[in-house]
Design a protein around this ligand. Structure first.
Ligand code: WTA
Length: 575
């Protein structure tokens, strides 16, 4: 592999929160993180650490949240305001009978209510679950049913999707509409004093549904202890400081939006921007300029789209406040790093982690040289390695599974109601991530690909099984096999191979007719599963490659699509 290193100068090193990576990696233990957070009487509450403790210091009147939507409406909230509003939501939820350990789900766009409600849920010891606002009825049903959510907070606009499935959800007792009078009034009238639940570090705090190769999405459960690693990584990797204006472009429907837009970032007392609009290059640069953003955490698809929008756009804006850039969620291509050095005068720092890991685990640090194309080195306090399928460590420059040594503070605690699934992550004392990679002689980790069929499209994790199930629910479809097809802009796009009903095939002979069905199927998935998880490409097949036991072999579909050798076909049914 050709190596291209971006050297860090004295200035990068001396000013960094983590000055000496090598020393920290050698000496840091998680006990040392205790002084960065507030343990009250032995308990640890992640939301208390994120906002309330700052509301008791000079940061009381410091802006914690700058919020702006697409129409240009803007609001801001201080740490004290977030603390009081989240107390009020906590009190309202208690009035609705929410108790410790109950699941309260948020099906909300990126509006301020999402942020203070999330905090309020944690403060009363309940478990917060977030649902991406692009989800449609099938995705909602699967997640609300499995979690046994008792209360759901949503908006007037999103509510009809919940209404379509609520009859099938006996455990869901209350649906509260945050932008309607009754709820808004009850929050306003609620007491802003709340005794924060004295949560044990291992008490569950939040859960997120994520996808694997097979089956329904899994409820990854995290505890309050996660705040330790979220705080430390926001400090070391994002390098957050009091004077920063920080922008994380993620949505709290995914883990990055929780760990680094709510918990870890605010725990560091930083002022954060939330933009509630869609991606738009000019608007994004305007926001960087207007809010004097100094630290920016985003994703490779967005970076590639900015590259494609052209450099002249950048010159129209004053981006002189930028000082540190980070990326997550998909492979960050070396060209994107070189481009950022050219146009912003600094590289994007790649970071690697997963919903299950709860916080950044491998990263590039401000004070450490970057081997461009590498994800960097393990976070101090963590042991990462490349292991074979039996959990045995492999030597340098050998491809294998990216693995972590349990337990780290933000490691998931369980898969909700699926303990066997949780166990299946661990082999021979290692957590096996599902990603393939290698480690070089200097201890830098390099990403190679997924070990399974999980799709990453525009940085969002999609399970092929969910998309296949949605397609098969359409009356014209007999079978479907779904893969991630490499795409220069989005990393991957979702491609579906579909076998149509005989009667439909007989009726559709012409190309325009077939195109029309493709469109209909894409729209169907968009409407019933999720706005982001629909197939951008569909190909009709007479039959799908399957194992003798009837499992669709996505590996073969993918190999054919990419023109690669098909590999071992000994388990393949006649095809
Ligand atoms: C992928 C997102 C390459 C990987 C925080 C992982 C990455 C999955 C990187 C988790 C990176 C994340 N380079 N791939 N720096 N970071 N991934 O659960 O396949 O949505 O397993 O968590 O994203 O996605 P998830």
């Amino acid at each position: 592999m050709k190596e291209d290193t971006y050297k860090k100068g004295k200035k990068n090193i001396e000013n960094a929160n983590l000055e000496d990576y090598a020393k920290a990696a050698r000496t840091f233990t998680w006990k040392d993180s205790r002084k960065y957070v507030d343990w009250t009487e032995g308990g640890l509450n992640a939301a208390y650490n994120a906002v309330d403790r700052h509301a008791q210091t000079w940061r009381k009147n410091k802006v914690a949240l700058y919020w702006e939507d697409e129409a240009g409406n803007a609001k801001k909230y201080t740490f004290e305001e977030l603390s009081l509003l989240s107390n009020q939501v906590g009190n309202v939820l208690k009035d609705f009978g929410v108790e410790r350990g109950d699941r309260v789900f948020l099906f909300l766009p990126r509006i301020p209510e999402l942020y203070f409600s999330f905090l309020g849920i944690l403060k009363i010891g309940a478990i917060a679950g977030t649902l991406f606002s692009a989800f449609q009825e099938q995705a909602l049903f699967d997640r609300l049913e499995n979690s046994g959510a008792k209360v759901l907070l949503t908006t007037r606009e999103l509510k009809p999707r919940v209404d379509a499935v609520k009859k099938k959800l006996p455990e869901l007792k209350h649906i509260l509409i945050v932008d309607e009078e009754p709820f808004a009034k009850s929050v306003e009238n609620a007491s802003d004093a709340l005794r924060i639940a004295h949560t044990d570090p291992d008490d569950y705090a939040f859960m997120l549904y994520t996808s694997g190769t097979t089956g329904k999405p899994k409820g990854v459960v995290h505890s309050h202890r996660a705040i330790l690693q979220e705080h430390m990584t926001a400090h070391w990797v994002l390098d957050l400081r009091d004077e920063d204006a920080y922008w994380c472009t993620a949505d709290p429907g995914w883990v990055t939006g929780i760990a680094y837009e709510i918990l870890g970032s605010w725990s560091n007392g930083v002022a954060a921007l939330v933009y509630a609009g869609r991606f738009d290059p000019d608007r994004w640069y305007k926001l960087l300029d207007k809010y004097n953003i100094s630290v920016w955490y985003t994703a490779p698809t967005a970076i590639r789209m900015l590259m494609a929008a052209g450099d002249s756009l950048i010159k129209k804006h004053n981006l002189s406040h930028l000082r540190h850039l980070c990326s997550v969620g998909e492979p960050l291509n070396p060209e994107a790093v070189r481009w950022s050095i050219k146009v912003f005068g600094m590289p994007f720092h790649d970071t690697w982690w997963q919903t299950e890991t709860g916080a950044i685990c491998i990263a590039n640090y401000p004070s450490m040289d970057i081997k461009i194309g590498s994800m960097g080195k393990p976070v101090p306090g963590l042991t990462a390695a490349i292991v074979d399928d039996n959990g045995h460590e492999l030597g340098v420059n050998k491809e294998g599974n990216i693995a972590l040594k349990p337990k780290w503070p933000s490691m998931m605690h369980t898969i909700w109601r699926r303990p066997q699934k949780y166990k299946s992550y661990f082999t021979n004392g290692w957590y096996i991530s599902g990603d393939r990679g290698m480690m070089d002689k200097d201890g830098y980790f390099w990403f190679i690909g997924r070990a399974d069929d999980v799709i990453k499209t525009s940085g969002e994790r999609v399970g092929p099984f969910e998309v296949e199930s949605a397609l098969v629910a359409h009356p014209s479809v007999v079978e479907a096999g779904v893969i991630g097809k490499p795409d220069t802009m989005r990393g991957e796009i979702i491609k579906a191979f579909v076998v149509l009903e005989k009667s439909v095939i007989e009726k559709t002979k012409t190309k325009p007719q077939l195109e029309k069905i493709k469109e209909e199927l894409s729209l169907y998935v968009k409407k019933h599963l999720a706005g982001h998880a629909y197939p951008r490409e569909i190909e009709f097949m007479d039959k799908l490659p399957k194992t003798r036991s009837g499992k669709i072999m996505r590996r073969i579909l993918k190999a054919k699509e990419l023109g690669l050798p098909i590999g071992d076909t000994s388990t393949l049914e006649d095809y």
